[in-house]
Design a protein around this ligand. Structure first.
Ligand SMILES: Cc1cc2nc3c(=O)[nH]c(=O)nc-3n(C[C@H](O)[C@H](O)[C@H](O)COP(=O)(O)OP(=O)(O)OC[C@H]3O[C@@H](n4cnc5c(N)ncnc54)[C@H](O)[C@@H]3O)c2cc1C
Length: 494
């Protein structure tokens, strides 16, 4: 079956009869809910207005973590919850949860003193149920500099080395959706939820196909608003958010040779330099955002900030804007609280049932998505008195070893026609950007991404039978989505 036929079949599935639940939003939260509900035997559909993982879930720091800084804020419950989920994900999706050591340096007269760090990481290990992904240790100053020679050595007193995990956020969404689909969920991208009416205990929802302009009406007992930063914009939503923007940049690892991730502090803020195969991800910023959600972009001041903090910790690297291979900006959908600095806002999640059969699921973290899904589906099953199997998403592997393909990993696969074929045949690809930005992450990884996009586009044109003018349109749309309105970087990647 070709991709268009698969899509039409899923749209028909949504339209036939009444669904138990319609999930709006194909980020990690929606994907997790669709998988959980489908595994319990519910008749479930998921619609995404753009591509899967287009929103925040493709633009995070890609960490599965308890959040050491939440410990400093005294949010022990949140740290414990996330730490346990980190281990669950490592168990059910080992291909997307790689243990990663973090070196957290302590400097005289600044940041966390050694006693606080040593105690902090011990508590952190204990909150994982006593078994973190690796044992934390204290490194004296000479050992730190031996491990990371480029790190600022002046006033360095030593460092704690502790463990979290690195993931690939967009791949986690896609593999969760693949699992949902294998359990008979109907998942469709480029299909936008427009409105809904409730009557006779059924929601009638209006959906608009973003590829054809066609409108579809579907019936469902429950609607789940899992639209992340868009959550408060949906009709019937009762969510109130405070959006904060976070920017990351990618540099070559030879320019910032870090064997482990490095924690960089600025006052109470924590930033990371995270090794990603031959690259290093540096981020993140955390600033209030009130612009249009779709137009969130990296600005020059974001780059200046990230380079300034990196220069403080790695002066010898002397990174400049010319070293930046790529960048991304995302929005944290934080539950609203007018007071406090962005970095102090809670990352806790909220599941609410403000109208019969309508659920708003908001806030939280990538790390806690499985738990959020479990709690949301528990509520739906109870309130609607549905017959359902118990939740077993914490035990059942996300994909079996046979389903795990070489094309789903933390480091991008080699740029090859086979990979593109796989994405087009198996993973709901519509546009060139879907492959470059989310399926393969080549846009972020490859220094010559623009050239790679031309090659990938030619393969896609043959595989998907594009008419001659389509390739140029796809290249233009990819460049716009990746860099619009204006790439603030001084060098063009073409
Ligand atoms: C900079 C940054 C760094 C982060 N780092 C981490 C980290 O390292 N670890 C961690 O655990 N968490 C991290 N987070 C938090 C985490 O990424 C988010 O909590 C999570 O991705 C939110 O997922 P979501 O599914 O709620 O939202 P999203 O991923 O935004 O998904 C919502 C989806 O809904 C779709 N949608 C909206 N309206 C409609 C409609 N009308 N019809 C159909 N679809 C619609 C959107 O297109 C979107 O794809 C980070 C967040 C940011 C911003």
């Amino acid at each position: 079956m070709n991709p268009a036929e698969t899509r039409n079949r899923s749209i028909n599935f949504l339209g036939e009869g009444t669904l138990d639940a319609l999930v709006i939003g194909g980020g990690i939260v929606g994907a997790g809910i669709a998988r959980d509900a489908a595994m319990r035997g519910l008749r479930v559909g998921l619609v995404e207005q753009h591509d899967f993982a287009y929103g925040t879930s493709g633009r995070s720091s890609r960490l599965l973590h308890g959040g050491l800084r939440y410990l400093a804020q005294g949010r022990l419950g949140l740290v414990r919850e996330s730490s346990i989920e980190k281990r669950v994900l490592h168990r059910i999706a080992p291909h997307l949860a790689e243990p990663l050591a973090f070196v957290f340096p302590s400097y005289q007269g600044a940041g966390w003193p050694p006693w606080q760090l040593r105690l902090g990481v011990k508590i952190y290990d204990l909150l994982c149920g006593g078994r973190n992904l690796g044992q934390s240790t204290w490194l004296p100053q000479p050992s730190v500099l031996k491990l990371i020679p480029q790190l600022e050595g002046n006033r360095l007193r030593g460092a704690s080395r502790y463990f979290d995990a690195l993931t690939n956020d967009a791949r986690l969404v896609l593999d969760t959706l693949r699992s949902a689909a294998r359990n008979n969920a109907g998942v469709i991208n480029y299909l936008k939820f427009r409105n809904a009416d409730y009557s006779g205990q059924i929601w009638t929802c209006e959906l608009e196909d973003q590829l054809t302009g066609q409108h579809h009406t579907i019936r469902t007992r429950a609607v789940v608003n899992a639209t992340g930063p868009w959550a408060q914009k949906l009709p019937h939503s009762h969510v109130q958010l405070r959006l904060t923007k976070g920017v990351h940049v990618v540099v070559d690892r030879r320019r910032l040779p870090v064997p482990d991730a490095v924690v960089m502090t600025e006052g109470a803020r924590i930033l990371f330099a995270i090794p990603w195969a031959e690259r290093v991800i540096v981020g993140t910023t955390d600033t209030d955002y009130d612009g249009p959600i779709e137009a969130v972009r990296t600005q020059r001041e974001d780059l200046t900030y990230l380079l300034r903090i990196t220069a403080k910790f790695f002066p010898a690297a002397a990174l400049t804007e010319a070293d930046i291979i790529s960048s991304w900006a995302g929005l944290r959908p934080l539950i609203a609280s007018p007071a406090g600095r962005p970095s102090e806002l809670s990352r806790a999640h909220q599941i609410r049932n403000p109208e019969p059969g309508w659920w708003d699921v908001a806030g939280g973290k990538l790390t806690t998505y499985r738990l959020m899904a479990q709690q949301a589906v528990d509520q739906i099953v109870t309130h609607l008195k549905l017959t359902a199997a118990p939740c077993h998403t914490a035990e059942e592997p996300l994909l079996t070893p046979e389903q795990c393909s070489e094309f789903s990993s933390i480091a991008p696969p080699a740029v090859a026609r086979e990979a593109v074929e796989h994405f087009c045949a198996q993973e709901w690809v519509v546009h060139l950007s879907d492959v470059m930005l989310r399926r393969a992450r080549w846009h972020y990884y490859c220094a010559d991404a623009s050239l790679k996009a031309e090659q990938v586009g030619q393969w896609m044109a043959r595989l998907l039978d594009w008419p001659p003018e389509r390739l140029q349109q796809e290249l233009a749309a990819y460049r716009e989505e990746a860099e619009w309105p204006a790439n603030p970087l001084p060098h063009s990647k073409s």
